[in-house]
Design a protein around this ligand. Structure first.
Ligand code: JDE
Length: 500
C-alpha cells in the first residue's frame, strides 16, 4: 500500500517514522511519502491561502496549489500489486478479466466529513493508495474535493470526531494508525485483531486485568473469582457479560445498533439485566424497564396475566377451566388488592418505547405500543395481618417446603406466585431478570425460603427456575378451575441475594 500525506507542516508527520508504522515502512510493507504543499506554489512567497470569497474571518487554502499537488501525487507509481492469491479474502477475478485499476483514495480530514470508524479503516485498508490532504486555516476551497470526485477519484471527506483541530495532520495520523495496523505484517500480533473482530457484535471491550491479583484494596480473587478458575467457557461468558454491561452503561447508542442475530441466550439475559431486550427474530434491542407495578398498570396487567396464564397450563385443561381460574385469580380487582398489600410485591416488565413490527424472515408480528407491559411477577409473604388473615391468593404452603429459622429464630416463607412473560418475548432474558428481582424482593421481605409450584409437564419453566438457583423440593396438587393438576414444588434460599 502506498501512503501519501500532503501538508504545510511535513515535520508534523515525522512520528510516522517511529513505532510499528515506521518499521512497516522500512520493511517495505508500507510505501510512505510525506510532501510539503509549498513545493507546488509558484510565487515568491510560496502562498497557500487567500481570503474567503464572500467575506468572513480567516483564510482558505487555494485550489490551484492543491490541484497541482494532488494531480502529481495521484499519478505517482504504485508498488507492484501482490500476485492474486496472496491477498487474503480477495475475491478471485473472473477468468479473462484484465487487472482492475488500482484503487486510489483521496482522504481529506475535516470536521464536516463523514465519521471515520473501524468500518472506514477496514475499507480503506484494502486500497492501493491513500492520499491524505491536510488542510489548515478554515479549510480547503470546496471545488478541490468536488473536482477529484467528478474525475473518477474516490474522495473521502472524513471526520475523526466532533471537535475542531487546527489542521488535518493530527486527524491523518489517527486514520493512518487505524488503517495501517490492519495491513498484514504491520501489527506484531495479529491475534489481537482477530479477537477485536470477535466482539464484532458492536460491543465495547471487556475490562482487562493482570498481576498482582490483589492491588490497592481490589482483590480479583474475591471480586471476580471466575477469572482465576481456569474454566475457559465460564471466563468467556463472564467477559461477554462485562462487555455488555459496559456498553449499556457507556454507549447506549451502540446497544441500540446491535444486530440481535449475533446474540446468544446468555447475551440476551445480560442485556435484559442492563435495561435492554433483544426479542428473538427482532433486528435491534429496545429499552426495557423492570419496576414495581402501579395503579394505572392494573388493566394492562390483568390483560397480560390473562394472555400468559393459559401458556403455563397443561393441555388437558378445558378453556372454561382456564377462564374460570383467570376470572377468580387474575382479575384487575385481585391485582388491585395485591398492589395495596405490603406483603405482596408486584413487579412489571415494561417496554417504554414499545416494540417495532418485525419483518424478519418474512414473518411480520404486531408492533407493541410505547409503555407496553410484557412481563410480571408476584411474590407473597406468608404473614398474617392484624386480623390473622394471610394475603389473598397465597397458596397453602406445600408440605415439601421447609422454613429455616433466621438469626432471631423466626423463619418466613414467601411464595413466588407468578412469573410470566409475553409469548412474543420468550427467550429475551426478561424472565431471568424478573426471577432475580423476585428473589431479591423475597430477601427484602425477610424470607428464609422462597417457593413456587409449577406444572409438572412444563420443563421449560423448571429449567428457567433451576438456572437462577431454585431446586426441586417435592410436588403438590393444584386446582385450576376445579381440575386438580400436579405441580412440581421448587425452593431457593433468597438470603444475601441483594449483594449479587
Ligand atoms: C478532522 N475531526 C476534526 C479543520 C476547520 C474551522 C476551523 C477549522 C480540510 O478542512 C479542514 C480541516 C480541519 C482539520 O481537521 C479537523 C478534524 N476530524 O479539525 C478545518 C474548519 N472550520 C477545516
Amino acid at each position: 500500500m502506498r501512503l501519501d500525506v500532503v501538508s504545510i507542516f511535513p515535520d508534523y508527520l515525522r512520528v510516522l517514522e517511529l513505532s510499528l508504522i515506521g518499521r512497516a515502512a522500512t520493511d517495505g510493507l508500507l510505501d510512505l511519502h510525506v510532501h510539503d504543499l509549498r513545493d507546488w506554489t509558484r510565487d515568491r512567497h510560496r502562498t497557500v491561502d487567500d481570503t474567503p470569497i464572500g467575506g468572513g474571518a480567516g483564510m482558505v487554502m487555494k485550489p490551484d496549489v492543491w490541484g497541482a499537488a494532488l494531480d502529481d501525487v495521484l499519478a505517482a507509481p504504485l508498488p507492484a500489486a501482490p500476485a492474486p492469491g496472496n491477498v487474503k479474502d480477495a475475491p478471485a477475478p473472473p477468468p479473462g478479466a484484465r487487472p482492475a485499476e488500482p484503487r486510489r483514495v483521496l482522504v481529506i480530514p475535516t470536521p464536516s466529513g463523514d465519521l471515520f470508524t473501524q468500518r472506514t479503516a477496514e475499507d480503506l485498508a484494502g486500497a492501493a493508495q491513500l492520499v491524505f490532504a491536510c488542510g489548515r486555516y478554515e479549510g480547503i476551497d470546496a471545488r478541490v474535493a468536488e473536482y477529484y470526485a467528478a474525475h473518477g477519484v474516490e474522495v473521502r471527506e472524513a471526520s475523526i470526531g466532533d471537535y475542531v483541530l487546527n489542521g488535518g495532520e493530527a486527524a491523518a495520523l489517527v486514520m493512518i494508525e487505524a488503517i495501517a495496523r490492519l495491513r498484514p505484517g504491520v501489527l506484531g500480533n495479529p491475534d489481537s485483531i482477530v479477537e477485536e473482530s470477535h466482539t464484532g457484535a458492536g460491543l465495547l471491550e471487556y475490562p482487562v486485568y493482570t498481576r498482582p491479583v490483589a492491588w490497592r484494596g481490589r482483590d480479583l480473587s474475591t471480586e471476580q473469582p471466575v477469572l482465576l478458575s481456569g474454566d475457559h467457557a465460564r471466563i468467556a461468558r463472564h467477559r461477554r457479560d462485562q462487555a455488555i454491561t459496559r456498553t449499556a452503561v457507556r454507549r447506549p447508542d451502540l446497544v441500540a445498533g446491535i444486530d440481535t442475530a449475533l446474540l446468544d441466550a446468555g447475551d440476551r439475559v445480560a442485556l435484559a439485566r442492563n435495561g435492554w431486550v433483544a426479542p428473538a427474530g427482532g433486528s435491534h434491542p429496545v429499552p426495557l424497564v423492570i419496576r414495581p407495578a402501579r395503579e394505572p398498570d392494573l388493566d394492562a396487567l390483568a390483560d397480560l396475566a390473562a394472555r400468559t396464564f393459559p401458556d403455563a397450563c397443561p393441555s388437558f385443561l378445558t378453556a372454561d377451566q382456564v377462564a374460570a381460574h383467570i376470572a377468580a385469580n387474575l382479575s384487575p380487582q385481585r391485582l388491585a388488592t395485591w398492589l395495596e398489600d405490603p406483603r405482596v410485591v408486584l413487579t412489571v416488565a415494561e417496554l417504554p418505547d414499545g416494540l417495532p413490527a418485525l419483518t424478519c424472515d418474512g414473518a411480520a408480528a404486531e408492533p407493541l405500543p410505547r409503555g407496553a407491559l410484557v412481563g410480571y411477577s408476584a411474590v407473597l409473604a406468608e404473614l398474617p395481618d392484624a386480623d390473622g388473615a394471610l394475603p389473598v391468593g397465597l397458596d397453602p404452603r406445600p408440605r415439601a417446603v421447609t422454613v429455616p429459622d433466621d438469626a432471631d429464630g423466626a423463619g418466613l416463607a414467601v411464595e413466588l406466585s407468578k412469573v410470566y412473560v409475553d409469548a412474543r418475548l420468550r427467550g429475551s432474558g426478561i424472565a431471568a431478570v424478573l426471577l432475580a428481582e423476585a428473589i431479591c424482593d423475597a430477601d427484602t421481605l425477610g424470607a428464609t425460603v422462597l417457593w413456587l409450584g409449577t406444572n409438572d409437564a412444563n420443563r421449560r419453566a423448571q429449567k428457567a427456575y433451576r438456572r437462577v438457583g431454585f431446586r426441586r423440593a417435592g410436588t403438590r396438587t393444584y386446582d385450576v378451575g376445579g381440575q386438580q393438576c400436579r405441580d412440581v414444588v421448587m425452593v431457593v434460599d433468597p438470603r444475601g441475594s441483594q449483594q449479587a
